[in-house]
Design a protein around this ligand. Structure first.
Ligand SMILES: O=C(O)[C@@H](O)[C@H](O)[C@H](O)CO
Ligand SMILES: [Mg+2]
Length: 403
């Protein structure tokens, strides 16, 4: 059995910040885990190096479930994004090690492939409807079968999910939180126009997705869902803040547009009522923020009972280590739905060499033993951490709103 002899937290910023845990065992086997919490990275780094690493040394790396329980129950203070991201970092690294020792890709340890590859969705965004559709057509030509559409809102200076002209969209964008202005009324006018134009331009076969990003009240979300029904969206995401799980009952009463929720969730308890009441169709909880492969499998198993499928978060604030883990998970789980794909920069891809590949709108984790991803530490050391925040959002009268 491989005994853990060392665990190190590596912080690097190849275009954006990433926190990685690298675990080494007495037989020389190493494993990597992503522990990146966008905008609060150093809290997780300190949680790991100060409080978790000392508890790992000397443990049997094969006992993944026991170590998970030890870190979850053993902390006494359960759940929360910092704790669950730290646990996820350990969990991913341990699955990586188990795969390498077994000589098998992680998806084989999870029961083997349930499909040939994982459908991923691309991002199309633009200041205008026309620009957004131009990008969507280009993404479709790359082979994507599913595309998320976000466009600027006339009358608002900036909009969630839309890059500034000439720039690449990156969620964390400033050394102090930047501020954007929001108008629900203006937004609710433009989204149905975007979907009408997109359906017309892209035809009936491409799956069309949209992220509301927690900004509507339940009744407004019901109206948006209803307005979009003629264009058959694959889903609308995060229509209203999901601390209020009961709110989704009201949305459901008004629309058959499928609902995806959960990128900010960190445990099965965040999504339990949503799943058991069939208020959602896709669960977006992700490996890095929801306790690793071990815990996400539990969430997927609960979801499967209620015909809820997975639709894991996959923006660039999740490192290639999470992308690899998500693809092993997605390939194996019976109720896979779709995986988000926002390609990393070349700098990030070089720091995290990986085996996963894209072909014809689908991704596969590859067949290297373990997760099939590593961190090039020499390269990583050349990119110093820079504090970066997600933006905040205010209504036109200055009221702080949901970003
Ligand atoms: O669905 C998504 O990819 C977004 O909601 C991003 O994750 C968000 O901007 C924070 O990173
Ligand atoms: Mg989202």
């Amino acid at each position: 059995m491989p005994i853990i002899t060392d665990a190190r937290v590596i912080i690097t910023s190849p275009g954006r910040n990433f926190v990685t845990l690298k675990i080494t065992c007495d037989d020389g086997t190493t494993g990597v885990g992503d522990a990146t919490l966008n905008g609060r990275e150093l809290a997780v780094a300190a949680y790991l190096s100060e409080h978790v690493v000392p508890c790992l040394i000397g443990r049997d790396a094969h006992r993944i479930e026991d170590i998970w329980q030890y870190l979850y129950k053993g902390a006494y203070w359960r759940r929360g994004p910092v704790t669950m991201t730290a646990i996820a970092g350990v969990d991913m690294a341990l699955w990586d090690i188990k795969g390498k020792v077994a000589g098998l890709p992680v998806y084989q340890l999870l029961g083997g492939a349930s499909r040939e590859a994982c459908m991923v969705y691309a991002h199309a965004n633009g200041t205008t409807i026309e620009d957004t559709i131009k990008v969507a057509l280009a993404e479709r030509d790359k082979g994507y079968k599913a595309i998320r559409l976000q466009c600027g809102v006339p009358g608002l200076a900036s909009t969630y999910g839309v890059a500034k002209p000439g720039q690449r969209y990156e969620p964390a964008d400033a050394a102090l939180p930047s501020e954007s202005v929001w108008s629900t009324e203006k937004y609710l006018r433009v989204v149905p126009e975007l979907f009408a134009a997109a359906r017309e331009a892209l035809g009936p076969d491409v799956h069309l997705l949209h992220d509301v990003h927690h900004r509507l009240t339940p009744i407004e979300a019901g109206r948006l869902g209803k307005d979009l029904e003629p264009y058959r969206p694959f889903w609308i995401e995060d229509p209203t803040p999901a601390e209020d799980q009961e709110a989704f009952r009201l949305i459901r009463e008004h629309t058959t547009t499928p609902i995806a929720v959960g990128e900010v969730f960190n445990s099965i308890w965040d999504c339990k009522a949503l799943i058991e009441n069939r208020w959602i169709d896709y669960i977006r909880a992700t490996i890095v923020h929801a306790g690793g492969i071990t815990h996400l499998r539990r969430i997927a198993a609960l979801a499967e009972l209620y015909q809820v499928r997975t639709g894991c978060h996959g923006a660039t604030d999740l490192s290639p280590v999470t992308m690899a883990a998500a693809l092993h998970f997605g390939l194996s789980v019976p109720n896979f739905g779709v995986q988000e794909h926002m390609p990393h920069t070349d700098e990030t891809d070089a720091v995290f060499p990986h085996e996963y590949r894209f072909e014809d709108g689908m991704m596969h984790p590859g067949d290297a033993p373990g997760l099939g991803v590593d961190i090039d530490e020499a390269l990583a050391a050349g990119y110093e951490y820079r504090r970066a925040y997600l933006p905040v959002n205010r209504l036109e009268d200055g009221t702080l709103w949901n970003w």
